[in-house]
Design a protein around this ligand. Structure first.
Ligand SMILES: [Zn+2]
Ligand SMILES: [Zn+2]
Length: 367
């Protein structure tokens, strides 16, 4: 698996995560970096569940590069760069994307799931997160994560389905969440547009599930529609910021974007940004800092242009990154590769998806 690395000028910081541990290497880094050493380096070491470290440690690394370039590095190259404070290579244009919100268990993929996944891999999708919406889909997500090294899962109960929550559901979700490839809790939240479950029940179940996610130390995948004030209120009251998370398929207004960012959450953009009538959403997207952006397809729903009307699939996540680059580029220079790089780094940071080969990731992903 190639790792997206953005190398900036010496005034900036390159941040990435790797599977390394131990204080000696911190020391090595300081020595090897000479006058490029920084004070803002963080070291988490091999993480406990409390700090979400699942074999991942964060590093900030100053590099003496006079220009801003984009590099894609293998795990071994990154390791070397960490030790020696050097630019890593090879520089390239290869696509590296993470589709952070999919429903790969959906029956619409039953006929061609393997080829659909292969197509996405071919298009540069290095990792997928497949989402649980109730007990059955949470189980299905975990079993897909079990089958494919590059698929990660979430568990949780969607606001549409909370009316179905039975006595034993939370125990079963707790059990499923122990799987090493469950990287978040959700999707959970409020949907007053459809009200498939009564609003009061949605709020109660949302609160309970935020608490459960905190107990499990998993970031939240939030679904909110026409319910932004209650969503923010509950997240504040139930201390959602303690675990953080993402507002998936962001479609709220500027007020919600600001509040979500203030709470420390990421905003994930879907194919909706490519829709002709989504002018307000595009304007909001332009204001979101690059270190808080994620991309997702939410497949099989929300197919981006120009494929609208067809089934959505993860290969199309590239179209969303392209749209974001085009929009961001209107205010600051921004390439598609930079968008891919930032969003993939963000996803790895939020979901603690270990870098390195998928197989290695799987075995190191210990919680
Ligand atoms: Zn949703
Ligand atoms: Zn979804």
């Amino acid at each position: 698996m190639l790792v997206p690395v953005l190398i900036r000028s010496r005034q900036h910081v390159m941040e990435f995560e790797c599977g390394r541990k131990g204080r000696q290497r911190d020391k090595d880094e300081r020595q090897d970096q000479g006058d490029c050493g920084s004070n803002d380096r963080t070291s988490e070491g091999r993480g406990s569940r409390a700090d979400h470290g699942r074999g991942a440690c964060s590093r900030n690394l100053h590099l003496c590069q006079p220009r801003k370039v984009l590099a894609l590095a293998s795990q071994a190259e990154l390791h070397h760069a960490t030790l020696h404070g050097q630019e890593v290579g090879p520089l390239g244009e290869k696509t590296v994307l993470i589709d952070t919100h999919t429903h790969l268990d959906d029956a619409r993929f039953d006929g061609d799931r393997d080829t659909m996944i292969a197509r996405a891999r071919e298009a540069g999708v290095e990792a997928f997160i497949t989402i649980g919406c109730d007990l059955a889909t949470s189980r299905a997500a975990v079993s897909l994560a079990d089958r494919y090294p590059f698929i990660y899962a979430t568990v949780g109960v969607h606001p549409h389905e909370v009316k179905c929550i039975g006595d034993d559901w939370y125990d079963e979700l707790r059990r499923l969440a122990q799987h090493p490839k469950v990287v978040a809790y959700g999707e959970i939240g409020l949907d007053y547009h459809y009200n498939h479950s009564p609003p009061k029940l949605q709020r109660d179940r949302f609160r309970e599930q935020v608490c459960l996610a905190r107990e499990l130390r998993l970031p939240l995948v939030i679904h909110t529609r026409e319910a932004q004030e209650d969503t923010i209120k509950i997240l504040k009251e139930e201390k959602g910021s303690e675990v953080g998370g993402v507002f998936h398929c962001f479609s709220g207004d500027a007020w919600l974007a600001k509040d979500a960012l203030n709470l420390g959450f990421f905003l994930s953009f879907s194919g909706v940004v490519t829709f002709q009538n989504a002018t307000m959403l595009r304007d909001i997207m332009k204001t979101v800092p690059m270190d808080r952006l994620l991309v997702e397809t939410d497949c099989p729903y929300l197919t981006p242009a120009p494929h609208r009307g067809k089934r959505n699939e993860p290969a199309y996540v590239k179209l969303i990154a392209e749209k974001i680059a085009e929009l961001k580029d209107s205010t600051e220079p921004m390439s598609v590769q930079e968008v891919e790089c930032h969003t993939s780094q963000n996803a790895c940071r939020l979901f603690k998806i270990p870098y390195g080969s998928p197989e290695r990731g799987q075995s190191e992903n210990v919680r």
